[in-house]
Ligand binder design. Structure first.
Ligand code: NAP
Ligand code: ZN
Length: 349
């Protein structure tokens, strides 16, 4: 018996978000069901709603930074019990046996991972529906354990913004002695500042917003550069080891490549819908790399949550009700959020 639940979603790329009813599958032996307490709003939700990449399917219920409490477990579930705090991020299924899955990199699954929304649903047909809803059901392997000591609303953005910046910071070895630049101080960028600082790196903020220059130190940055000011940019030429680029729109990448030290990397996590041009001399000089990174696997997501629990690290959020979601998407599009909207989903009931 499927369960009918309330959700907030959209019927097309240009329609407002509204109340919808969706189905959740009945529990399979390895499934965990949770009531959703909070769900963050990521710029990827906005890209998907607007069909920025093509391939969006409607009706769509976005939301992939999901925190809640377990309400039921399948007969084979061993890692959760009813009442546990739990979380779901971007990934809810993968083949489990390809080389990527065997390396705990489910996001690169050969068969294509199942994402928490707008992804083909193997069980119910149609597409998966995300966290702007009352409850979620997925296999225990894709359900995360939420640390007890973190503010749950402020921790919700860790499930996408957090892992998306934690994974490249770890992979490119941010830590003592390294200079990490964070480009674009939105949801992802502000968490990247906090994480790189907690890992012991020197953190340089690269922002187009003067108000964020002032805020950078409070967030844990050592220095901040207003990217529109050529003199400030020139002062950092060749000085940064790793730049995490979170910018969501088309931008010129070459001025940032020129800030890299020898063997430095710009790692793109932002998803500008258009291709970015790289000048040959900006990468051959200094043996620089222009790379990318996509969220992180489930094992690394749990490691990231435990790291945040240890450092008491969460997002700076504006908590809103489900009725304010349309206004929040309009403000996110204009860059008017410091630094993440989180929806109080318990009020949907
Ligand atoms: P966000 O909160 O909107 O932040 C994006 C930031 O980029 C803005 O705050 C702004 O920072 C800067 N920016 C935006 N438009 C710009 C422009 N035209 N020129 C220069 N700077 C601009 O978005 P988010 O939720 O952090 O997501 C950022 C991007 O990452 C999105 O494209 C999202 O889809 C993508 N994403 C990717 C992954 C992945 O796995 N790779 C996961 C999650 C999200 P300043 O004001 O500081 O300049
Ligand atoms: Zn996201």
């Amino acid at each position: 018996m499927v369960k009918i639940i309330k959700a907030v979603g959209t019927e097309s790329a240009v329609s407002p978000m509204k109340s919808l009813e969706i189905q959740r599958r009945s529990l399979l032996p390895d499934d965990v069901e949770m009531d959703i307490l909070y769900c963050g709003i990521c710029h990827s939700d906005l890209h998907q709603i607007k069909n920025d990449f093509g391939g969006s399917s409607y009706p769509m219920v976005p939301g992939h930074e999901i925190v809640g409490r377990v309400t039921a477990i399948g007969s084979q579930v061993t890692s959760f019990k009813v009442g546990d705090l739990a979380a779901v991020g971007c990934l809810v299924d993968s083949c489990g046996h390809c080389p990527a899955c065997e390396r705990d990199l489910e996001q690169f699954c050969d068969s294509g991972a199942t994402y928490s929304f707008n992804s083909p649903d193997k069980h119910l047909g149609g597409m998966t529906f995300g966290g702007f809803s009352q409850s979620y059901v997925c296999d225990q392997k894709f359900m995360l354990h939420m640390p007890q000591n973190l503010d749950l609303a402020a921790a919700a953005p860790l499930l996408c913004a957090g892992i998306t910046v934690y994974s490249p910071l770890k992979h490119w070895q941010a830590g003592p002695g390294k200079v990490v630049g964070v480009l674009g101080i939105g949801g992802l960028g502000h968490v990247a500042i906090k994480m790189a600082h907690a890992m012991g790196a020197k953190v340089v903020v690269l922002t187009s917003s003067a108000s964020k220059v002032e805020d950078a130190k409070r967030l844990g940055a050592d220095e901040a550069v207003l990217t529109k000011d050529p003199e400030q940019m020139a002062a950092y030429a060749g000085k940064i080891d790793l730049i995490i680029d979170t910018v969501s729109a088309k931008h010129d990448i070459n001025p940032y490549l020129n800030l890299l030290a020898i063997d430095g990397s710009v790692v793109l996590v932002g998803l500008p819908p258009e291709p970015l041009e790289v000048g040959a001399f900006n990468v051959i000089k200094g043996r620089r790399s222009f790379a990318g990174s996509n969220i992180g696997g489930i094992k690394e997501t749990q490691e990231m949550l435990d790291f945040c629990a240890e450092h008491n690290l969460t997002a700076d959020i504006e908590l809103i009700t489900p009725a304010q979601v349309n206004e929040a998407f309009e403000r996110l599009e204009k860059g008017d959020v410091k630094y993440r909207f989180v929806v109080d989903m318990a009020t949907l009931a």
